[in-house]
Design a protein around this ligand. Structure first.
Ligand code: NAD
Length: 289
């Protein structure tokens, strides 16, 4: 099955990365978000990322001009534009009421054959499948951030996800230059069930004044050889997304170990969302969002 035209729903941190990666690998992209303003920002972010990539690689990807790559990304707020896509990657906010509404809206519009991949940090793929008429064609696709630079993806098999859908998902990822590890569905899957606890506990450590954010991160980097510390990782993911993910895990498992640190809630209330807002545990100067 040829996957040529792809719907990318949600043009935030992840949607922008997915759209860029797809356009760079020759796919036609329909990028959807709720406002024109957000979509224009998303286009600027892709253009900026392409410039950065060229600067570091000292050559343009596959010899193509940035304009050619950007022209493959069609910006829209109209879900009807999903009526002829071969595949969808959904990347909307990590809040169940938002995702539920989006799936109820796009399921009847997308062609029957189309597989929809849920890019989520923690939300159950089985739960998403249940609000659609195509639970066998819903698959979890937990991309790593930044998407164009990370070649491994955690793919999640929902209760009803078919083997054929998994094969299509593997083929799709291969077309993006990526490999995958397939895991079963429980909220948070493997990576975020572990990672969210680590980031949250690191925030408690800072809140309790055991150490500064810099020292927490330095310990992880120098003692354990991690490329990034947990607080730098939190800033990269987005502290709002970390909070929403912990809320999902807390509700899903009814286990107090997932309760979000009060400092995390306070920072999110203050608009300190990490890199995308310009400030989190670290200061990034002007807003990158
Ligand atoms: N940030 C990460 O590192 C990361 C990594 C893997 C997976 N994820 C998951 O990917 C998803 C997106 O995360 P993000 O970091 O890009 O979040 P984000 O907050 O940066 O972006 C979410 C986008 O969804 C848009 N949106 C909201 N409602 C919408 C609707 N009805 N229709 C279309 N667009 C809508 C918002 O306007 C926003 O642009 C989440 O489920 C998150 O858990 C995030």
């Amino acid at each position: 099955m040829e996957i040529r035209k792809v719907g990318v729903v949600g043009a935030g941190v992840m949607g922008v990365g997915v759209a860029q990666n797809l356009a760079q690998t020759g796919h036609e992209v329909v990028l959807i978000d709720v406002t024109e303003e957000r979509l224009q920002e998303a286009r600027n972010e892709v253009a900026q990322a392409l410039r950065m990539q060229s600067f570091f690689q000292k050559k343009k990807e596959a010899g193509e001009s940035h304009d050619t790559i950007l022209e493959r990304i069609h910006l829209t707020t109209d879900y009807e534009d999903l009526s002829d896509v071969d595949f969808v990657v959904e990347n909307t906010t990590e809040k169940w009421p938002i995702k539920e509404k989006v799936y109820r809206l796009m399921d009847p519009i997308c062609p029957e054959r189309t597989v929809i991949a849920v890019n989520t940090s923690c939300i159950s793929i089985t739960k998403v499948g249940a609000v659609t008429q195509r639970p066998d064609r819903i698959v979890g696709m937990h991309f790593m951030n930044p998407v164009p630079l990370k070649n491994m993806t955690e793919v999640i098999r929902g209760h009803h996800t078919s083997e054929q859908t998994l094969d299509i998902a593997r083929q799709f990822l291969k077309g993006m230059g990526k490999d995958c590890i397939v895991v079963n569905d429980l909220p948070g899957f493997v990576s975020n069930r572990v990672l969210m606890l680590t980031i949250n506990e690191a925030i408690f450590v800072v809140q309790d004044q055991v150490a500064s954010a810099e020292d927490v991160d330095r310990l992880f980097k120098t003692c354990f050889g991690h490329k990034m510390g947990p607080l730098e990782t939190g800033d990269l993911i987005g502290l709002d997304t970390i909070l929403y993910s912990l809320d999902v895990l807390y509700e899903s498992y009814n286990d107090s170990k997932f309760r979000p640190a009060p400092l995390l809630k306070k920072m999110v209330d203050a608009g300190l969302h990490g890199r995308k807002s310009g400030e989190g545990f670290y200061n990034y100067g002007a807003s990158l969002g």
